[in-house]
Design a protein around this ligand. Sequence first.
Ligand SMILES: [Zn+2]
Ligand SMILES: [Zn+2]
Ligand SMILES: [Zn+2]
Ligand SMILES: [Zn+2]
Length: 493
Amino acid sequence: MNKSIKLTENRTLGRYAIVTDNVSAGEILFEEYPFVVGPKSNSKLICLVCCRPIDTDGLRCPKCKWPLCEKCVDEQIHRLECEIFVNNSVKFYGAYGSENEVCLQLDCITPLRFLLLIESNPDRWNTEIQLMEHHEIARRNSVQWNVDENNIVGYLHGPCGLKKRFSADMIQRICGIIEVNSFEARTKSGHEIRCVFPKTAVMSHSCVPNTCHSILASDGYKIFVRASVNIEKDTPLTACYTFTMSGTLARQEHLRKGKYFTCQCARCIDPTELGTHFSSIKCKKCDDGYVVSTDPLDESASWKCMVCMNIISSSATSQTLSAIQNEANGVEITLFTPEGIGKCEYLLKKLKHKLHPNHFIQIDLRQNLIKMLGRTPGYQLNELSDIQLKYKIDLCYQILSLLHVLHPGQTRVRAMLLYELHAPLFLHGKIAFRKGLINDTELKEILTKSIDLLDECITILQREDVSSIENKVVYVAANTLKYLQEAAKNNFY
Ligand SMILES: [Zn+2]
Ligand SMILES: [Zn+2]
Ligand SMILES: [Zn+2]
Ligand SMILES: [Zn+2]
């Protein structure tokens, strides 16, 4: 661990980490290689190493005949399971039905690698792995437990002949550790993969985390965990094991089903989600009231207007929301078309009367609009009117201020928004200057602001892997930054 980090323990949080010194935003807290890397569960037919999709009759490992692409044939990590499959003549049956079907057999790969690595690293088992959370009591007899009992314990004990080497309890424990602690990453070719990091796992969960991380596919999936905000001495380090830009009900469900705990962070217990009204619905009985859950930790709790006290059942609320969500999902197929922009704008207008302006469904629509304005035929940046530019600027600022509360600091989503914001801001300034609405000092201030936005965007995104989408943004942003700095120096704009 790079920073002074102390492990401590209490009843509510279990094992957790605190910093013993003040830490500044952006400082590295941990860096480590994963203990194990492997395919996610419910995976389709993919290469066992690089996780790229493979055809039904496509490439196979010359030894075990399990799916493996040419490039990955000599990868050390596959040798682990390869030997087991060869020795026990374990046959790979392929996907059920079409190419798009899930390959249940692949579910065993990550747990099997994990078990074999423990066998050859008993020290790490003693010092790190056996301390990892797996929520055995909550997990036991859950739906996933029974699925794992069948698909993983049964498969490793049966066809793989490992009954004597790994007990059912041990296999379930490893399945639990992977489920609760794994991080999703992208391979160099952009495919999803999961990694388990024992040191990183000591951070507790919060829906408003104070750390962020980058996983570098080009460096063996090494993780860098940084402080996303300034962190004061003795503060617990937190990561978010669900999505910060989901509403409380969705986050709670994800954490309960996938991580086996109920989050009781300040955001979760506050019906207004820290005053943002990220899940609030407009009241139909009064003019300016918003309806919020009477107990955000209980999905069956009724909802109540904060002004007129009108009560709505949880089932009525969820019906209303799923109807709106379905309509909003319809936008997806028209993304980056003029029709998509029209649909988003129409829905936002309509939802004004149904949801709080900060409601996550509206925020999602606004994020789509931000991406589309400037990248859609007829709506390229140089085709946008000053009103449209101003609209995009306002949308960016609105989401940035929401992020400041719900996911503060140096995050990837913030960096992407800064990137989206820099160009319309400068272009809008130029139009205003040409119309004589602002003077050249004011234009120069806007240019400086654009430069600052790009600068911060690059600082955050350059931490990502060279193969990542973020790295491509850094490349473009760096060129623009150079151009804008020249413009500022020579007063040509
Ligand atoms: Zn491969
Ligand atoms: Zn093989
Ligand atoms: Zn929470
Ligand atoms: Zn009301």
